[in-house]
Design a protein around this ligand. Structure first.
Ligand SMILES: *Cc1c(COP(=O)(O)O)cnc(C)c1O
Length: 246
């Protein structure tokens, strides 16, 4: 039997996204190997994810703890999961315990969360966990993400005080409505300069996670090493009514 249309559509869309990402990297004079595509599978069922997996993709992103806890155990262990949603300290233990193949948490935005992740990684005896510092680049009042002026302190805290975490870079969502402007990308890139100088690390060791479906090529041209792409690969999402945009 042939695969359902949505699944083959996702596979074709993945190939197109990978191709466009590679071309954008080349346009900006960078190696395409330095740009990772995180396939954002939130709200999508495991069988659709498996189809994209079978097409060869290994990196997937989720942003609800409950959802990744349910789906990850149904899917292959060599998936590299990225957690890209807001993470509450009291959910850290269940997340890390249920998803041993969690590769990265992209949304660390305060010391308390970093400390909690650090302690739980140690208690579980798992390998060090890669983390990104989430930066609010919108200039708008938002509950999530550190202000650009706070990114150095938080990166330092992770690097110096959280031995079970690997500080791996910076992430931004952009504006509150999840759109982005070139200013958002520029701000994150400037933050990288400050963080690398303060920590004494080369820029290649500080990733930039920026860019989504509608703007990932521009984000790559402006230095993104990690684009998070949902609807362009998986099609539009249907949300349960109470949850709103994210
Ligand atoms: C949903 C989501 C994405 C993907 O959004 P698309 O516009 O569907 O590509 C990227 N990043 C975060 C943090 C998200 O929550």
């Amino acid at each position: 039997m042939s695969a359902p249309a949505t699944e083959s559509a996702a596979e074709a869309a993945l190939r197109s996204v990978l191709h466009r990402a590679r071309q954008a990297a080349e346009r900006s004079g960078r190696s395409p190997d330095r740009v990772r595509v995180v396939a954002v599978s939130k709200t999508k069922p495991s069988d659709v994810i498996r189809h994209v997996y079978n097409a060869g993709h290994r990196c997937f992103g989720e942003n609800y703890v409950q959802e990744i806890i349910e789906k990850a155990p149904q899917l292959p262990e060599d998936i590299e999961w990225h957690f890209i949603g807001h993470l509450q300290s009291n959910k850290v233990k269940s997340l890390l315990a249920a998803v041993p193949n969690l590769e990265m948490v992209e949304t660390v935005d305060d010391e308390k969360l970093a400390d909690r992740l650090d302690r739980v990684v140690a208690n579980l005896g798992r390998k060090p966990l890669k983390v990104l510092v989430q930066v609010n680049t919108s200039g708008e009042e938002s509950k999530y993400g550190v202000d650009p002026s706070g990114c150095v302190d938080l990166a330092k805290h992770i690097k110096l005080r959280c031995p079970n975490l690997v500080f791996s870079g910076l992430m931004t969502i952009g504006m509150l409505d999840y759109s982005s402007t070139p200013e958002n990308f520029k701000t994150l890139s400037n933050c990288r300069g400050e963080v690398c100088e303060a920590l004494g690390i080369p820029e290649e060791q500080c990733e930039l996670s920026m860019g989504m479906s509608s703007d990932f090529e521009q984000a790559i041209e402006m230095g993104s090493t990690n684009v998070r792409i949902g609807s362009t690969i998986f099609g539009p999402r249907e949300y349960p009514k109470k949850d709103g945009i994210q």
